[in-house]
Ligand binder design. Structure first.
Ligand code: ARG
Length: 569
């Protein structure tokens, strides 16, 4: 696709002798198109050229050659050079690129030959899959899709929390009262009850606690009975988690959780021991991190059992060797920032290639807050994700029932709208921000929401259905799309691939959510201003082609976020 930015950079480079790549990075898109389509902030060159920005602007403007073909004119505004591109060229570029790529518009192969590993969702076996895990699932899954769309080779890993001392306790509880609990039908709730009960007993009776510890040790040593029960917990929990993944449409390439590393941690210990940095402290083995201003990373507890951190270190070794990753992302709440800082610091001692160490990336996100405060197990305010999703579907159904009672397939549409609303909400603000969960906002069809985007998409669909088939590119007269409203949309569409690349540069899907809201709003203005189905067939064709492009990108973008689009609503 014709790259306007690099054309502008080329021209400035001819005059200043500064490299095109460097100049290109400085070029901005002004907030208002009266200030041009692109702007070059000359103060970026003030140091190198030893001149004041307005002087630089004047000099470049004087020497620059504008033939009107790609760039129409340049204006000086203070220290800025504002560039106005040739709109016919823009229209032609966008429409031809779209015609070539259709639903693959925006995709690329910049990731070719690069491996990305994304660790996301990662709930804990025998514990509730709660709304906090939703964010990890939704952010991770969306990044997965976007990296893939840009040509990367991606592996999605659900690093299940299926190991640790709590399983020793659950095994003991099962031995004692297994008969009393119906874990087959309702595994997570029942296992949670058993866990609370055994914990209380442990507090009262030291012997029971010791039995629990023994059980975990036995499990680590491969004891048949303990492994069998643990496997049962795991299978049943996964079955329950799978219901949520099915609702969300989320998939993984690997379910290697913490237990998978049980026979791989010795190597971490061995390597760390050889470095001489592993020291004993109160019976435990630790890597002190005073120099980095952090608390130590515990590699082995005083009772000889391994830790969450050791398993993550073993996982880094394994993933480097198995997937040869260029980037390894970990999507968790910001509560684990310290954990990953410690683990990545210690990873420097594992003797890995620099490439892997550089690729380790924590992708933290904020809390989900109910209007009453943080959701936590301790305060009993945990909201089960499955309940939340189902409630959203019910609410969407009620709204559809009042707005469009005669709609066919209400069930399946309500599912797309209800689940889509939750997914979009989770991705609509910069991920690090805490998010307040508010039903009325999430499902507001006129707000900046998932349903709003779906609604706009459905509009484009029904317009196209009126004429049966979208128009052909050969029937489009480009100059009929030359009004401000249309140009605004076309510029936005032109920018789609750039936006997707920004998403992965920052691992921030909200950049795409924002983009889709803007596209919907721009299209909505166009829809309100212009008669799309009209007597002038040339105008109709041009407007319908624009409609067709907008619909296609809304669908593609929403799917990259993990939403499904209804065809009607
Ligand atoms: N199971 C952990 C939790 O629920 C998240 C695991 C994240 N991934 C990792 N490799 N540590 O908090």
């Amino acid at each position: 696709m014709l790259d306007f930015k690099s054309k502008i950079a080329e021209k400035i480079s001819d005059i200043t002798q500064i490299s095109i790549e460097e100049l290109q990075n400085f070029i901005e898109i002004p907030p208002d198109s009266s200030m041009g389509d692109y702007a070059f902030p000359c103060f970026k060159l003030a140091k190198t050229l030893r001149k004041a920005p307005p002087v630089i602007a004047n000099e470049i403007a004087e020497k620059i050659e504008i033939d009107g073909k790609i760039i129409e004119k340049v204006e000086i505004q203070g220290g800025y050079l504002n560039f106005f591109i040739n709109k016919t060229e823009l229209i032609k570029t966008v429409l031809e690129e779209f015609e070539n790529k259709k639903e693959l518009f925006g995709s690329s192969n910049i990731g070719k030959g690069k491996n990305i590993v994304i660790d996301y969702s990662s709930p804990n076996i025998a514990k509730q899959f709660h709304i906090g895990h939703l964010r990890s699932t939704v952010i991770g899954s969306s990044l997965y899709k976007i990296y893939k769309f840009l040509g990367y080779n991606v592996t999605g890993i659900n690093h299940l929390g299926d190991y640790g001392t709590q399983f020793g306790k659950l095994i003991e509880a099962y031995k004692l009262w297994g008969e009393e609990y119906n874990i087959e039908d309702n595994p997570i709730d029942e296992l949670t009850k058993m866990y609370v009960r055994i914990n209380n007993l442990c507090k009262a009776d030291e012997n029971v606690l010791n039995n629990c510890r023994d059980n975990f040790k036995k499990l680590e040593d491969g004891d048949e009975y303990c492994t069998e029960i643990w496997n049962k917990f795991k299978t049943l929990s996964l079955k329950e988690f799978q219901r949520v993944y099915d609702l969300l449409g989320v998939k993984f390439d690997s379910l290697n959780g913490e237990a998978f590393y049980s026979d791989k941690m010795w190597e971490v210990k061995e390597i760390l021991e050889k470095t001489g940095k592993l020291v004993e402290s109160e019976g435990a083995k630790i890597i002190p991190l005073d120099e980095q201003n952090m608390t130590p990373c515990i590699i082995e507890k005083s009772n000889g059992s391994t830790t969450y951190a050791t398993r993550d270190l073993a996982a880094i070794l394994y993933r480097a060797r198995t997937y040869d990753f260029d980037k390894a992302l970990y999507v968790t709440s910001y509560e684990q920032i310290l954990h990953f800082k410690q683990v990545f610091e210690v990873a420097n001692l594992l003797g890995l290639d620099e490439k892997y160490l550089k690729g380790l990336t924590h992708v933290p996100f904020g809390m989900v807050l109910l209007p009453t405060g943080k959701m936590s197990t301790r305060e009993g305010t945990v909201v089960k994700l499955e309940d939340l999703l189902n409630e959203s579907i019910q609410r969407a159904k009620q709204i559809i029932e009042t707005k469009n009672p005669s709609l066919e397939n209400k069930e399946s549409i309500a599912k797309k709208v209800g689940v889509g609303a939750i997914i979009f909400n989770d991705l609509s603000n910069s991920r690090i921000k805490d998010e307040v969960f508010d039903w009325d906002e999430i499902l507001n069809f006129n707000g900046e929401t998932g349903p709003y985007i779906q609604y706009m998409y459905v509009r484009t669909k029904s317009l196209l259905e009126k004429v049966n088939k979208h128009p052909l590119l050969t029937d489009i007269k480009f100059d009929l799309l030359n009004d401000n409203t249309e140009i605004e949309i076309l510029k936005h569409i032109y920018n789609y691939d750039n936006i997707l690349q920004n998403v992965i540069n920052k691992d921030e899907p909200s950049i795409l959510s924002r983009y889709l809201i803007d596209l919907s709003q721009k299209y909505s203005s166009f829809y309100n201003e212009k008669h799309i189905i009209c007597d002038n067939k040339d105008e109709q064709n041009a407007r319908l082609y624009l409609t067709y492009m907008v619909g296609s990108i809304l669908k593609n973008g929403a799917e990259l976020l993990g939403m499904e689009m209804p065809e009607r609503m």
